[in-house]
Design a protein around this ligand. Structure first.
Ligand code: OFO
Length: 169
């Protein structure tokens, strides 16, 4: 049985994951609008992964016989100014998500809920990768600049990202 405090933060985290999906979709639409199909693909794939992240917690709560309480999803910002600005925003957002996951890990430990503490490890590992992915693109954008030729090459690379369903294992 999960206690109310842990249940509440898990329900909130479902909302944050779905908000993340919304944010990435807004970014994907921006990139599509300015003709960067690879950037649009990368952020759209990420949006689908965020839905998976939300669903994994949803299923976990159901498996633990807990009430799922879905909350309103805020609308994301829709105005972006450049690929670099978007990826800096991504990194900032993922750091925020990491701190949220850290709090769940800490709270489940404090509440002696070792099953949730173990469950949340998957997210801790995932966040390391998510921050690294954003940082890698930022490094490239800073290194090669925002010129058309270099953007074209980075865009081509980001077009290769394929969606693979994220599952808890
Ligand atoms: Fe982007 O992170 Fe989900 O958890």
């Amino acid at each position: 049985m999960i206690n109310d405090k842990v249940k509440e933060v898990l329900n909130e985290q479902i909302n944050k994951e779905f908000y993340s999906a919304y944010l990435y979709l807004a970014m994907s639409a921006y990139f599509d609008d300015i003709g960067l199909c690879g950037f649009a693909n990368w952020t759209k794939v990420q949006a689908r992964e965020e839905v998976d992240h939300g669903m994994i917690i949803f299923d976990y709560l159901i498996d633990r016989d807990c009430k799922v309480t879905l909350k309103q999803i805020d609308y994301p910002e829709n105005d972006f100014s450049s690929p670099l600005q978007v990826f800096e925003r991504i990194l900032e957002h993922e750091k925020y998500v990491t701190s949220s996951i850290d709090c769940i890990a800490y709270m489940s430990q404090e509440e002696c809920d070792m099953a949730t503490r173990n469950f949340i490890n998957w997210y801790l590992t995932e966040q390391v990768e998510e921050e690294k992915n954003a940082s890698d693109v930022i490094t490239k954008l800073k290194l090669f600049g925002d010129e058309k030729a270099s953007l074209f090459l980075i865009d081509k690379e980001l077009l290769d990202r394929e969606y693979k369903k994220h599952t808890f294992s």
